[in-house]
Ligand binder design. Structure first.
Ligand code: ADP
Length: 206
């Protein structure tokens, strides 16, 4: 039986949580971009890279959010907004817990991304919100099309599709913290760019 238990009166502060983990501070890494731009691929590689370095990281994506927390939501404008709002709140909790939360959602509307950012910046203490624009051209996304979604849109089988349909625009981030030219950048190089940024900002240790 352990006898050296220290009871910590009161709440553990964010700074204390980070100091217990030693080599990282909590942050949200918010990947945004068109469908098939490479968000999930980069997010998965980034999460693995961070975990291999012994850091605590967790990825939020369609698979673990749309089938769980947000399974009551569809794809109407209102539901898309609520989807992103909830993801913003959950990522905030991860970041507050001192984890590196990597989110990978199209998140096409600037106002929704701004809301997620504000949640982090107005939190006490403010938590880093790093918007990463995975910027692949529509032509390249259509060429990749791993799920055949663009082909379906062109055949008229999907009506409202981000980046193609007039009613579903993709609003490009104006001032992302990190901009990845995803037509030309390999997944490995994208991870290197992000890791370099995290080290430079003192979010992870070199
Ligand atoms: P998203 O999550 O943005 O919808 P995915 O990560 O599923 O996109 O990637 C779409 C396709 O593009 C996949 O087939 C993936 O292998 C490929 N891909 C992703 N990133 C790159 C890259 N940087 N260079 C070339 N191909 C990529």
């Amino acid at each position: 039986m352990a006898t050296n238990i220290t009871f910590h009166p009161g709440n553990v502060t964010h700074a204390e949580r980070c100091s217990f983990l030693r080599a990282q501070t909590g942050a949200t890494l918010w990947l945004t971009g068109l469908s098939a731009s490479g968000k999930s691929t980069i997010a998965t590689a980034l999460e693995q890279y961070l975990l291999h370095r012994g850091l605590h990281a967790y990825r939020l994506d369609g698979d673990n959010i749309r089938f769980g927390l947000n399974k009551d939501l569809g794809f109407s404008q209102k539901d898309r907004e609520e989807n992103i709002r909830r993801i913003g709140e959950v990522s905030l909790l991860f970041a507050d817990s001192a984890s590196l939360c990597v989110t990978s959602f199209i998140s096409p509307y600037a106002a929704d991304r701004e809301l997620a950012r504000k949640l982090h910046t107005s939190h006490k203490p403010a938590l880093p919100f790093i918007e990463i624009f995975v910027d692949a051209s529509l032509a390249e996304c259509e060429r990749r099309d791993p799920k055949g979604l663009y082909a379906k849109v062109r055949k008229g089988e999907i009506k409202s599709f981000t980046g193609i349909s007039e009613d579903a625009p993709y609003e490009r981030p104006q001032k992302p913290e990190i901009h990845i030219d995803a037509d030309k950048t390999s997944v490995e190089d994208a991870v290197k760019v992000i890791a370099h940024y995290l080290i430079e900002k003192g979010i992870i240790k070199a």
